[in-house]
Write a protein that binds this ligand. Structure first.
Ligand code: FAD
Length: 277
């Protein structure tokens, strides 16, 4: 049996300024040396960063990287999404991360496509097999899901609609991922599910994100991180050790690779990648 080597991918967000873009280019150049399969660029809620996403994708393509824009459908029209898809095809984009997204506060109209499975169907209807489509998966379940089973049913709908692969929300509980994969196997869902890994470097930011997206920081981990207080260097060293161990255990357990939430930083992702066997 030939062993397939794990696939690594890196996620960035569009910088808000020209200076930020210059910084991101340096980050991109450093992280490119780690040979990612592709990089992805997020899309602000309700399309708020649309232009920034396009520009950042162009910068990634300019460097010869396979670049996947995230595309969310909530609050958007089919016409707007069609135009964006055509623009991406014109730019040479071959991958897309298809999401529902979240409604920005104050924005009333949810648009024409309400869930990610409808977006995947729309992309397939409009562009056939042009794009390799990634969708989101939630080993600890999406905060708005009525139940774990309903969320798994939703994941199955996205796969049936034509998704090629999935990236998970970040998590620090490996059992949640392994159980999720077990459930996928029971449902004959065969697409690869890449764990999304958020390197731990700062407790305050991590706790804020985690509350928003429903990712759990286990009690033991939160307490260990809190114990470092203002000693950010030691917290970061410990956090990256925990992140490395989680990543290594996932790969050892058969995860097909890892998608890093880089937060546009070189150091954390580079450290974890270098620490992996
Ligand atoms: P969906 O798969 O549509 O699910 C959303 C919720 O609706 C779930 O609770 C699901 O169970 C439920 N549901 C689905 N179908 C139905 C139905 N028919 N009836 C009732 N309930 C249903 N956000 C951004 O704004 N920009 C980004 O770039 C971005 N990138 C992301 C990348 C990854 C890898 C991940 C994991 C998340 C990302 N997000 C991003 C966050 C994401 O947009 C939010 O988590 C959002 O709330 C859900 O998007 P989704 O595509 O998972 O939605």
């Amino acid at each position: 049996m030939t062993e397939r080597s794990p696939q690594f991918s890196f996620e960035f967000f569009p910088p808000k300024s020209a200076e930020g873009m210059e910084k991101l280019k340096t980050t991109r150049d450093e992280l490119m040396r780690l040979n990612p399969k592709y990089v992805s660029v997020t899309f602000g809620a309700g399309g708020s960063t649309q232009q920034g996403t396009i520009e950042t994708i162009q910068e990634m393509l300019n460097a010869g990287l396979d670049a996947a824009p995230h595309l969310s459908c909530i609050g958007s029209t089919e016409e707007n999404i069609r135009e964006l898809l055509n623009q991406y095809i014109g730019m040479g984009v071959k991958r897309i991360v298809a999401l529902r997204g979240d409604m920005p506060s104050g924005m009333g109209d949810t648009g024409e496509l309400h869930y990610a499975n409808e977006l995947v169907e729309f992309i397939r209807r409009e562009t056939g097999e042009h794009f390799h489509i990634e969708v989101a998966a939630y080993p600890e379940f999406h905060p708005q899901a009525p139940s774990a089973t309903a969320d798994l049913d939703n994941f199955a709908r996205k796969v049936k609609a034509g998704a090629n692969a999935a990236i998970t929300q970040y998590f620090y509980n490996i059992d949640a991922y392994l159980r999720f994969i077990e459930e996928c196997n029971k449902r004959n869902i065969e697409i690869p599910v890449f764990p999304g890994i958020m390197p731990i470097t700062n407790l305050k930011n991590l706790a804020r994100f985690s509350d928003m997206c429903g990712a759990e920081i286990p009690r033991w981990l939160r307490l260990r991180l809190e114990a470092y207080g203002d000693d950010m260097e030691s917290l970061k060293a410990f956090g990256l050790e925990v992140t490395t161990e989680l990543s290594q255990r996932l790969l050892d357990a058969g995860a097909p690779g890892i998608h890093f939430y880089t937060m546009n930083q070189v150091g954390p992702t580079q450290t974890v990648m270098n620490n992996l066997r």
